[in-house]
Ligand binder design. Structure first.
Ligand code: PAF
Length: 285
């Protein structure tokens, strides 16, 4: 059984009950269209918390005007079954009016520094929408911990910074990306891909894997690794590169050389047809 709540009062009543029973509360924020990557987040959360809340909310404020907000996949019944199977106790499925009461979009959270680069440069305002909705979810659920996927690498950094700066009493856990057998990172947006595009989309992982191979083989020039990322991506027919970066895994600042104790991450974004995909891989530990 998984309970469903649509109101703030409903969520708080269930969470208070669970707390009264001495259970730790975990939150897995999602936009629905759940796949095995989300299932892993829920299972991980269940390992750490006795009461797992999954939020399902397609957040309008993190989509740009020409993005896929209206066509974003909404698969509520299937999502509920996945939540149930993975051990969630409560699904919070609010309407936009619950999250943004009386159209209240005047209060926003900004996390400058991490929000304007990479995804933020391509999708202005995206992280303002993400940080705002995640803080609202934290305020509504008041979880002890919250789990995010590493596939949205920049997102989890933005949320960690926000939680740290605003003293939000929640522990953030980042769970490794779940991949298909051939390496494609699981994503709700993979549903947009036809079989040929699905093959093309593998170019993102292929580029990241090439970059990691080069670094494991001794390459230390970040520019050379960027070039490998770009060349591999651009050699996949049907892929249109957005960015290919090698950055400091903590600050997202571009780096010059690999090594020297810096955790370097390769991050890519590309279009396959009208679908924009992102992926990343650690290059050094
Ligand atoms: O990663 C997502 O699905 C969303 O950005 C999140 C964290 C649920 C906020 O809407």
């Amino acid at each position: 059984m998984v309970e469903v709540a649509e109101s703030v009062a409903g969520v708080r009543a269930s969470v208070d009950r669970a707390r009264g029973e001495g259970r730790a509360v975990g939150l897995v924020p999602t936009m629905g269209a759940l796949h095995d990557g989300h299932v892993r987040l829920i299972e991980r959360c269940r390992e750490e918390a006795g009461f797992v809340v999954v939020s399902i909310f397609v957040n309008p404020t993190q989509f740009g005007p020409n993005e896929d907000y209206t066509r974003y996949p909404r698969t509520f019944e299937a999502d509920l079954a996945r939540c149930r199977g993975a051990g969630a106790a409560l699904v919070f499925a609010p309407t936009p009016e619950v999250i943004y009461p009386s159209g209240a979009t005047s209060t926003f959270v900004e996390v400058p520094g991490l929000s304007e680069v990479l995804e933020g440069a391509s999708r202005p305002g995206h992280f303002r929408g993400v940080a705002t909705v995640v803080l609202k979810l934290f305020e509504i659920v008041r979880p002890d911990l919250a789990i995010f996927g590493q596939k949205d690498y920049q997102q989890q950094l933005v949320i960690r910074r926000m939680v740290n700066d605003l003293h939000v009493p929640v522990r953030i856990v980042t769970e490794p990306t779940v991949r298909e057998a051939d390496g494609l990172a699981m994503s709700s947006r993979n549903r947009y891909l036809d079989p040929a595009q699905r093959q093309t989309a593998l170019g993102l992982f292929r580029a990241l894997a090439e970059a990691r191979r080069a670094v494991a083989g001794g390459e230390t020039s970040a520019d050379r690794v960027r070039q490998i990322l770009r060349e591999t991506l651009e050699s996949s027919e049907g892929v249109r590169l957005d960015y290919a970066e090698v950055a400091d895994g903590k600050t997202l600042e571009p780096i010059d050389r690999l090594g020297g104790g810096i955790r370097a991450v390769a991050l890519v974004a590309a279009w396959v047809g009208s679908t924009r995909l992102i992926d990343n891989l650690a290059l050094t530990e």
